[in-house]
Design a protein around this ligand. Structure first.
Ligand code: GDP
Ligand code: MG
Length: 471
């Protein structure tokens, strides 16, 4: 713990020095963009940056609508050891003549956006324009769930993970093998490898079935650690309530688990998460709602876990991530709302609000300002009301494949979010149309207009909540 604090102190000092060299005490807002994999982080960052550079579609962002932002431009991130977020190519891919979605993110990258701002008020006008930097980081969302594992011992993690696997349809093969082996016998590399491979396969299957809690995150997205020993372990059942002997399979798995925590997971959060002062947590709530109650439950669990970590000033085990700094604002945003007609948007927002309230209560959380929104970072649809069997259906229209348009009706979300969140749910209830699974549109071709970023839904409201007070 002491070593951790010293290392943290050094990092902070370097950060501060960096800010000073770059400009005399120019303020920096560090925006954390958080979310499980495929939640929409990469698309969000790309569209947010484009819409902050060209603010024609940002009327709800007050600094933009009242002209206080005089200029905005991109800079390399001051952290020389991290690749730059490939903004230009990502934007071109999303908005060109043959648009497509980005690949999954495999590693960390960062970007700095700088603003020239005319402060308001008499004093502000006298002091002249100021510079504000916005630092943004992109990273694989799979790694986020490792926050839950950092506080656990190998025994705890194993017990929890195995219990969770019993509840899920995936992973029977792994469970059978792990139970047959036990863990007390002598460690053999081949067995460890086999278990790790089966366990990794289970994680991929569970994620495909819509589950959010899939640890360790690097098993799904290893980055530059593919094949490293720290990535070849798996949960094992407890051995008769005793601690197994040295050189046993269980003890070697425990050793690797601890190595993973201290050498892989912890340094990631420490270097990249400390110092974040605004957070957006992107949630594919529509996807989870469609997958059914088990996936919604799992998502609530994951959200409460995330909120626990942002608990300010607490003396929780994870307080080393934030040090003395605190996260001031956290926005929970349901993504991909462009798949719904606007008549359904308030319902999705209400569900998000209920989820946030629930997560706040369960995380015993107070401090940062939180809000819930439903957004689309990149709007892919137009709305259309379709008459069918004498009734009006509120639909959206978009591109299924190049040149191939389709009309889509998602179904009705429940008007009362409690219906969806109540414990006594019908486990087989599906809220959205069956085709929703396959439903995704391509971004519209040539979506850019001079002076504006890509089309979106409520990205300006999200920006106002996250940055408005600093512009
Ligand atoms: N319709 C729609 N789909 C989106 C939007 N943002 C993300 N997506 C979908 O979600 C997928 C994952 O997005 P991405 O940004 O790569 O997620 P990440 O893994 O969190 O970085 C994309 O490939 C799109 O299919 C959006 O605003 N609208
Ligand atoms: Mg990504």
């Amino acid at each position: 713990m002491v070593i951790t604090r010293i290392a943290e102190g050094i990092t902070r000092e370097i950060e501060r020095t960096g800010d000073r060299v770059n400009g005399m005490f120019e303020p920096v807002v560090r925006l954390g963009v958080t979310g499980l994999s495929r939640a929409g982080k990469t698309v969000f960052i790309t569209s947010l940056v484009a819409n902050l550079l060209d603010r024609g579609r940002m009327s709800q962002l007050i600094g933009a609508s009242d002209g206080r932002i005089l200029a905005a431009w991109l800079q390399p991130h001051p952290d020389d050891t991290v690749p730059r977020f490939d903004y230009e190519n990502r934007l071109a891919a999303l908005t060109g003549a043959d648009p497509h979605w980005p690949e999954g993110t495999a590693s960390v990258s960062k970007l700095r956006l700088s603003f020239r701002i005319q402060p308001g008020g008499i004093l502000g006008r006298m002091s002249g324009p100021k510079t504000l930097h916005l630092d943004i980081m992109d990273y694989p969302g799979e790694w986020l769930t490792d926050l839950t594992l950092l506080e656990q011992s190998y025994g705890d993690w194993s017990a929890q993970t195995l219990a969770m696997m019993e509840q899920r349809d995936q992973g029977d093969e792994f469970l059978a093998r792990a139970t047959a082996l036990g863990g007390a016998e002598k460690f053999e590399e081949l067995q460890a490898k086999e278990l790790a491979t089966l366990y990794t396969q289970h994680l991929f299957d569970a994620r495909a079935a819509g589950y959010s809690l899939c640890t360790p995150g690097r098993f799904l997205m290893p980055g530059d650690l593919a094949g490293a020993p720290a990535l070849s372990f798996a949960p094992l059942p407890a051995v008769d309530g005793r601690r197994p002997a040295r050189k046993s399979l269980w003890r070697e798995m425990e050793r690797r688990f601890e190595a993973y925590k201290s050498q892989v997971a912890k340094p990631f959060f420490q270097t990249h998460f400390s110092g974040v002062d605004r957070q957006i947590v992107l949630v594919d709530a529509l996807g989870a709602i469609h997958q059914g109650p088990a996936a919604v439950d799992d998502m609530r669990e994951a959200m409460a876990g995330i909120l626990k970590v942002f608990k300010p000033g607490g003396n929780g085990l994870l307080s080393w991530i934030w040090g003395s700094r605190r996260v001031e604002k956290i926005l929970f945003a349901a993504t991909r709302v462009d798949l719904l007609h606007h008549s359904q948007h308030p319902r999705l927002t209400a569900i998000m609000e209920a989820l946030v309230r629930d997560a706040r209560d369960r995380a015993d959380f107070a401090g940062a300002q939180t809000e819930a929104l439903s957004i689309a970072a990149l709007r892919t649809t137009v709305e259309e009301t379709h008459r069918q069997n004498g009734a009006d259906l509120d639909c959206v229209r978009g591109l299924r494949a190049p040149g191939q348009e389709a009309l889509f009706y998602a179904g009705d979300l429940p008007a009362d979010p409690q219906i969806l969140l109540a414990q006594s749910r019908d486990q087989n209830r599906k809220w959205l149309a069956h085709e929703f699974d396959a439903m995704q549109f391509l971004p519209a071709p040539d979506a850019m207009r001079p002076g504006s970023g890509p089309p979106h839904i409520r990205l300006d409201k999200a920006a106002q909540f996250l940055l408005g007070d600093r512009l």
